[in-house]
Design a binder for this molecule. Structure first.
Ligand code: WAQ
Ligand code: MG
Length: 270
């Protein structure tokens, strides 16, 4: 492959993010030159038609990256846990985090911190998997994962696989790509996420081997989403942050990649 272009968008209302504007929408792609025009147009449409409101500030960034800088990582398999409500979803997510090596009080602190956010951040909180202490110094902005996408040769097949399970919306593919990069970062044990789109109630926990969706992880109508990345004790935080924010990554489904059909909580034996 020749050069790839990182195409990034962030939109806010009430001025730019850095001047206190409210985050509306963001998007990340890493595409061949021939796709740039279409991707920019789609991002603009998305920023201007968002359920979080109408932005008055949109920043679009294009950056050419030499192919040799791009790292390839596996796309996580995607499974869904159907839960009856928010409480059951959060309990199941908590249990999975603990099983992945996050200390219970750290996982509980993360859930509390995400629930207590006054509004959505643009990025994620980096937390200690041992204590839940916040480790990044990015405050209300958080750590923004950029320069990642699915490998262009796999995009269509993965989209079709997701669509055949009723998961053809943008959220699942985009979150699967982001989570696959996040768990490939040095020291990251797990990620917890729910959307900031008011009508999107599903969320997920990602660990090194799987992306597990929970059908309810936030209340319907809430515009407050969030992400927490848990890192192991002794991790070089600066290296982790620079990987997440700067390392170009293409995500590729391995031969055994799959969408695991929906299953009830009991089958998964947490
Ligand atoms: N880097 C770090 N954090 C981000 C990024 C990023 N590139 N993009 C979004 N966030 C944070 C930010 O705090 C947002 O408020 C929050 O995540 C949610 O972002 O399997 O749609 O783009 O059905 O609203 C999860 C479930 C959907 C998908 C996630 O996230 C599924 C979603 P959103
Ligand atoms: Mg959103």
């Amino acid at each position: 492959m020749k050069e790839l272009y990182s195409v990034r968008m962030r939109a806010a209302a009430g001025g730019p993010h850095e001047e206190g504007g409210r985050h509306i929408s963001g998007a990340e792609r890493l595409v061949p030159e021939g796709d740039v025009r279409q991707v920019v147009g789609a991002m603009l449409d998305r920023a201007l038609n968002h359920s979080r409101g109408r932005p008055d500030f949109i920043n679009l960034t294009l950056e050419a990256l030499p192919a040799e800088r791009v790292l390839t990582v596996p796309l996580l398999p995607i499974r869904t846990l159907a839960v009856p409500d928010l409480v059951a979803g959060r309990r199941a997510a908590l249990n999975l985090l603990i099983k992945a090596g996050v200390v219970r009080c750290a996982a509980e602190r993360a859930l509390t911190a995400l629930q207590a956010l006054p509004d959505s951040m643009r990025g994620a909180m980096l937390l200690s998997a041992a204590t839940g202490e916040r480790l990044d110094g990015y405050g209300g902005r958080g750590v923004r994962v950029t320069r990642m996408d699915i490998h262009p040769a796999s995009r269509l097949a993965v989209r079709e696989a997701l669509t055949s399970y009723g998961l053809g919306n943008n959220h699942v593919l985009e979150a699967g790509i982001l989570a696959s990069k996040v768990v490939s970062a040095p020291g990251v044990v797990a990620e917890l996420c729910w959307s900031d789109d008011p009508d999107y109630v599903a969320g997920y926990v990602a660990i090194a081997t799987c992306y597990t969706r929970f059908s309810y992880l936030k209340p319907y109508g809430s515009p407050i989403g969030g992400r927490a990345f848990f890192v192991r004790e002794g991790t070089d935080i600066n290296a982790t942050i620079s990987y997440l924010q700067e390392q170009p990554v293409l995500v590729v489904p391995g031969e055994d990649w799959c969408v695991v059909p929906e299953a009830g909580e009991a089958r998964w034996n947490f």
